[in-house]
Ligand binder design. Sequence first.
Ligand code: ZN
Length: 76
Amino acid sequence: MISDLKTVKLSVSLKNTRALVLFEKETKNYRVIDCNRKSFCRIYVSRNCPPYCEIIVAVKDFVLKRRKPKAEVVEL
Ligand SMILES: [Zn+2]
């Protein structure tokens, strides 16, 4: 479950992909609200993107400040 506490809402753009992701800093849980490539990640099966999805990798890079994200990430 994603709580409102310490949850950031992020807009992610990468090449032709645009996504809207909620990320909870403490638990590192995320939920993809919308992504125009959701069929690629089979979001309709798992209801979320897998951890290796480029969007999720970029979100984690941005929020956890691991390295410079490859995608453009904007906190909303
Ligand atoms: Zn994805």
